[in-house]
Design a protein around this ligand. Structure first.
Ligand code: ZN
Length: 159
């Protein structure tokens, strides 16, 4: 049996925050605002995996009212989600992600993001796709107010 999941997340760009995407710290004048490290890409990935098994979302699993998740490393949270998926008898088939970001340019960092996600999920890098695009200056990603991430995944029954 296979299950498909979708994840979507948005975080606001603000000053005096580090920009962390796919577990990569990217040098930039702004970073993403959030309770954890605000890694919008990893959040979308986790929501896609939880969604595939109808297990809710990361807001339910890692509530931002919980001090344990303040400035949390989202890659560590992803490992917890992978464990939950495994406890339910599933493993990752593949994950495909799109990050929508006007600037900075993400191309130099994509391979490291794929590597980080494959390491955290126990997948081969060929199972992990990360793409980046812009919205041509339109909307809130275009004006640099925030960054969006989408993810879809297939989970496969391990039995
Ligand atoms: Zn988030």
């Amino acid at each position: 049996m296979i299950r498909i999941g979708h994840g979507y997340d948005v975080h606001r760009l603000t000053e005096e925050r580090r920009l962390i995407l796919g577990g990569v710290e990217i040098p930039y004048e702004k970073g993403l605002l959030g309770h954890s490290d605000a890694d919008v890409l990893i959040h979308a990935v986790m929501d896609s995996m939880l969604g595939a098994l109808a297990l809710g979302d990361i807001g339910k699993l890692f509530p931002d009212s919980d001090i344990r998740y303040k400035n949390a490393d989202s890659l560590e949270l992803l490992k917890i989600v992978v464990e939950i998926i495994a406890e339910n008898g599933f493993g990752v088939g593949n994950i495909d992600c799109t990050v929508i970001c006007q600037s900075p340019k993400l191309a130099p960092h994509i391979e490291k993001m794929r590597k980080n996600i494959s390491a955290a999920t126990g997948c081969d890098i060929s199972q992990i796709s990360v793409k980046a695009t812009t919205e041509e200056g339109l909307g809130f990603t275009g004006t640099g107010e925030g960054i969006v991430a989408h993810a879809v995944c297939i989970l496969a029954d391990k039995n």
